[in-house]
Ligand binder design. Structure first.
Ligand SMILES: NC(=O)c1ccc[n+]([C@@H]2O[C@H](COP(=O)([O-])OP(=O)(O)OC[C@H]3O[C@@H](n4cnc5c(N)ncnc54)[C@H](O)[C@@H]3O)[C@@H](O)[C@H]2O)c1
Length: 331
């Protein structure tokens, strides 16, 4: 196989980032794109010169010119196209949350195992240099085993207009759940979570979850959608690990670039996806490059873990139950 032939399903803000990244990768050919919105299909198809455009993903499955499908549709609409793509013999990268229902996530994994194709969760932070360095530090035992972990994700209020379509445990906390499971190397035993709604949206805009892992590690995950827009910060995310022999951590909004212009001050988020003069880089490119290299070499993508993603959804369900019942939930 010379190039990996890719189809992207769902061309919203993140799906277009996938297309933009693939378009910059010489080892990839974008064979097809799909979105239910015709105007988006036409705009993205014209911008990246992609001829095969479909408004129904079912039109993709019979094609024999697709090796890998990226599912980048709404959070609660990942299961059906993922299973159909796997059954038709294609590898799949499915965006986070892999599903908003535990039984669906398990069905997706069963479909992957019986198809023999790769199923990779879109947990892009495993490919972010800072998050991955914390993992490498823990793995090397330089600071010993983790004792407590504090993981925070903060987003501007204006973004919540779009992403309040789903509970924040699935939109933002799911990233930190994957990090916490990865860093601790263990499964969650119990959960106590607290949710607040300041903006009056149907789902919480502030969620705190306290996790106890089977190996004794304690994790706190904060998911916050209340950052003032005037602060002009793309993202304010943090990790603080206290371990047996040391600690490790970072805060994204304080360590980066600041631009002061006539419009005010702005701190762009550069680590996940950036395009500078046609050079596309960041964690998303690292993730897609890794997956394509596994496909080209027919090597299992073992740096990522769909079973960990399934456990993340199991914990997410427990977090919602805990915050709604005011009780500790045992898994
Ligand atoms: N890994 C990350 O850092 C990251 C960042 C942003 C979003 N995401 C995830 O990516 C997914 C998409 O998010 P987004 O921000 O791009 O959302 P979005 O609303 O901007 O885009 C979703 C797109 O999917 C299309 N769509 C919906 N149902 C479809 C279907 N059945 N077939 C084809 N197209 C369909 C919609 O028309 C829309 O264009 C979500 O799961 C989200 O959580 C991940």
């Amino acid at each position: 196989m010379g190039k990996v032939r890719v189809a992207v399903v769902g061309l919203g803000s993140w799906g277009e980032c996938h297309v933009e990244t693939y378009a910059a990768m010489p080892e990839v050919e974008i064979t097809a794109i799909c979105d239910t919105r015709e105007e988006v299909l036409e705009r993205v198809g014209n911008k990246y010169g992609i001829k095969n455009r479909f408004s129904d993903s079912d039109q993709l499955w019979e094609r024999d010119d697709i090796d890998l499908v990226n599912i980048v549709t709404y959070e609660n609409a990942h299961c059906d196209p993922t299973i159909k793509a796997l059954k038709s013999g294609k590898h799949v990268l499915v965006e986070k949350p892999v599903s908003t229902q535990l039984h669906e996530a398990k069905e997706m994994w069963e479909a992957a195992k019986s198809s023999g194709k790769f199923l990779v969760p879109g947990h892009v932070l495993r490919f972010d240099a800072q998050y991955a360095e914390v993992f490498e530090t823990l793995r090397s035992e330089k600071i010993g085993k983790p004792v407590t972990m504090l993981l925070k994700r903060g987003r501007p209020r204006s973004l919540f207009k779009l992403y309040s379509r789903i509970h924040p445990v699935y939109e933002s906390a799911v990233h930190d759940l994957d990090m916490a499971i990865w860093y601790s190397g263990s499964r969650v035993k119990s959960v106590r979570a607290y949710a607040r709604s300041v903006t009056g949206a149907a789902v919480p805009d502030m969620l705190w979850s306290c996790l106890e892992f089977e190996n004794g590690v304690i994790g706190i995950i904060e998911s916050n959608w209340l950052i003032s827009d005037q602060a002009a910060i793309g993202m304010t995310d943090a990790v603080e690990i206290t371990a047996e022999k040391g600690s490790a951590g970072f805060e994204t909004s304080r360590s980066g670039l600041q631009i002061w212009s006539e419009e005010g001050r702005f701190t762009p988020a550069l680590n996940v996806h950036t395009n500078q003069n046609g050079r596309v880089f960041g964690a998303l490119r690292e993730q897609l490059t890794y997956l394509c290299s596994c496909i080209l070499r027919n090597e299992e993508p073992s740096y990522v873990s769909f079973p960990d993603a399934i456990h993340g959804i199991e914990v997410a369900e427990a977090i919602i139950r805990s915050s709604e019942t005011n009780q500790e939930i045992y898994l």
